[in-house]
Design a protein around this ligand. Structure first.
Ligand code: TRH
Length: 406
């Protein structure tokens, strides 16, 4: 353990009972995160944890069961430490489902991410607390309409005097919104304004200078995807240069095969026709935004990169996390409905076909998509403004928690 965990609280009956409502820096918050696969679960929790700590002054502790996945996004993490503090957040290795820290301390606000189950001993202690904690189940993001009806619905515990609230992220009014740091737009504007910062990024990331204005820069973060072969061939045959940036991941193998290489690891470079590709290292989470800002078009996946691409205010193509029985397809269409709404019928249809093709329905038509890129760029900017309307998720969650703690 490298640092003391956050403040003790009234679940410890030896302490005086909790009376008045806590001031912001006294609010202790525990986030429980089980990593199902990939990086999205911990990606969302880590972003939320930092925002609650840095922007709201909360004392945040994250229980996470997979420190190795976490370390990919946060290289400062010590994967052998049971407890550590990183960026003012306490990280507990949630090494067993029953584990709830070395000493049982119950926070004012408890967030179970994506319906992971809290340790039973922790829930029992929550019920013993003088003032019941504010308990959230943070759900996965969906753009579907029903989300607004279910957001913040209370669910009383069947046995204990506890109420859990379902917190639904969403793209529209009445939902919990999506995560957005207060300084994000300013950081993006500074990067966009600074040719030096962009040149340095290109040099450090690809060992190449920034491409000329006629090139289309594309970042590619995706699951394995059968549409990639056809798309790479269309980019090779494009009338204008395409620069492809591929962070190391599940689609790297297909890119390597296209170029006849054994792998496409960080530092790899290859060119065919109009297509030039660079293999990139998987960066710390903050660094991923720069890749989105340096690109004209971003292929993203899952949940967190999908949201970041929207804040980057550039066109994007979403590889949605595939679910059994194609349950993900209505979610894909719901997102399209929000995002594509003001586009012309033709631009909307082309975008819909392209997103569908990237998600296993049909073949991608790059020339048609590329023709509409200026429309998609304009829409990306207006969409980022619309997406901000429900407010930032961390702020919305903190506001609601405070009303419950009064
Ligand atoms: O990794 P994902 O596919 O994650 C998930 C999980 O599969 C999860 O189980 C599923 O439920 C959810 O999707 C919907 O995609 P996502 O959500 O975009 O998370 C990727 C994270 O990785 C995101 O926080 C950005 C980060 N990242 C980096 O930090 N550095 C990088 O170089 C890249 C490419 C990404």
């Amino acid at each position: 353990m490298t640092d003391a965990p956050h403040t003790p609280d009234a679940s410890d009956t030896s302490l005086p009972p909790n009376t008045g409502s806590p001031t912001p820096d006294e609010i202790a918050c525990d986030i429980f995160c089980a990593v199902i696969d990939n990086f999205g679960d911990i990606g969302v929790c880590w972003r939320l944890a930092r925002q609650l700590a840095h922007e709201h002054g909360w004392q945040v502790r994250v229980f996470v069961d997979d420190l190795h996945a976490f370390a990919r996004l946060c290289p400062a993490l010590d994967t052998t430490a049971a407890t550590q503090r990183v960026e003012d957040v306490v990280i507990e290795h949630w090494h067993a489902p029953s584990h709830a820290g070395e000493t049982l301390q119950i926070a004012d606000v408890v967030i179970e991410a994506f319906a992971c189950e809290l340790p039973p001993v922790y829930v029992a202690a929550m019920a013993q607390r003088t003032r019941a904690p504010v308990w959230f189940n943070l759900e996965y993001l969906s753009a579907e309409d029903w989300v607004a009806d279910f957001h913040l619905r209370p669910s009383p515990h069947p046995r204990y005097r506890l109420t859990k609230h379902f917190f639904f992220p969403g793209l529209g009014p009445g939902t919990g919104g999506v995560l957005k740091e207060r300084d994000l737009d300013a950081a993006r504007a500074a990067f966009e304004r600074s040719p030096e910062a962009r040149a340095a990024w290109w040099r450090d990331t690809t060992a190449a200078p920034p491409p000329g204005p006629d090139a289309t820069v594309i970042s590619l973060f995706a699951y394995e995807n059968p549409a990639i072969d056809s798309l790479l061939a269309q980019w090779r045959d494009s009338a204008t240069p395409i620069v492809l940036l591929v962070p190391q991941g599940r689609i790297s193998g297909a890119v390597a095969r296209f170029f006849g290489l054994p792998s496409f690891d960080p530092g790899a470079h290859a060119a065919r026709g109009a297509l030039r590709a660079h293999g990139l290292a998987f960066t710390a989470q903050r660094g991923y935004d720069l890749l989105l800002w340096a690109s004209d078009l971003n292929f993203v996946r899952g949940e967190d990169s999908f949201v970041r691409a929207q804040w980057a205010a550039r066109p994007f193509v979403w590889h949605i996390y595939p679910q059994a029985d194609d349950a993900h397809l209505p979610k894909l269409d719901a997102a399209l409905e929000h995002y594509a709404r003001p586009l012309s019928a033709e631009a909307r249809a082309v975008l819909g076909r392209f997103w569908h093709a990237w998600n296993g329905r049909g073949a991608p038509d790059w020339p048609a998509f590329a023709r509409h890129l200026p429309n998609y760029s304009a829409r990306a900017a207006s969409w980022a403004a619309e997406l901000a309307l429900p407010g930032d998720l961390a702020g919305n969650l903190a506001e609601f928690a405070k009303t419950q703690l009064k």
